[in-house]
Design a protein around this ligand. Sequence first.
Ligand SMILES: [Fe+2]
Length: 235
Amino acid sequence: MSQLIEYIKDQIWILEYPVRFGGMNLYGRMTIIKLDNGELFIHDPCEIDGLAKHEIDAIGEVKYIIAPGSYHHLFVADFQMKYPNAETFLCPGLERKRPDIKFDWILGNMPDHRWGNALEQVVVQGTKYIWEVAFFHKPTKTLILVDLLENIGDDYRHSASRLLRFWWKVVFRMWNNPKAAPEYQVGWGKKNIVKNGLDRILGWKANRVILAHGELIESNVKNILSTAWRNVLIE
Ligand SMILES: [Fe+2]
């Protein structure tokens, strides 16, 4: 059942998982990064079955569980149960939204020294409803986002329901048009602060984007990000 994919040889693995949003069936995406010492960094954990756990254990030792955004926390506890020795890091604000989740650290603008050789990170402070911590894997120039960019359109690998098409095409205007999550369409919060975070992401000059919802982006990254975030960047 596990659909774990080795995305970049011996460095990055991804696994899509089903989620429901506004009555629609969607997918999220967990990313696993292997650090030089074999430790695993689990970004946006999902529920895993026995086979997936077996596959993950064959890659390395799960050490860090990352809940990277205000809406990406649903399966943290499940992952913690399977890996009780791993440390958990939360996007700021989740400690209030989900006081039941046990955690060790709150993510900030500086990477933890244990993954700082491999990853950059920045907190993007949105509205009170949505914050996200963006990560950049330096060895592979891979940007890792959850809700700051969603990419669902004609090349979507899953069958999109009529409801999903209606919302994405008619309401959100996000079909074939990568944009930040619908939550950002009601506002970005303090744009000058958000812009600082987005500018830092653009400065990383990523070659590809792993995102939670929709198809990965492997070319033209700068243009796609600049277009998706133009309402903030041109302020
Ligand atoms: Fe999301």
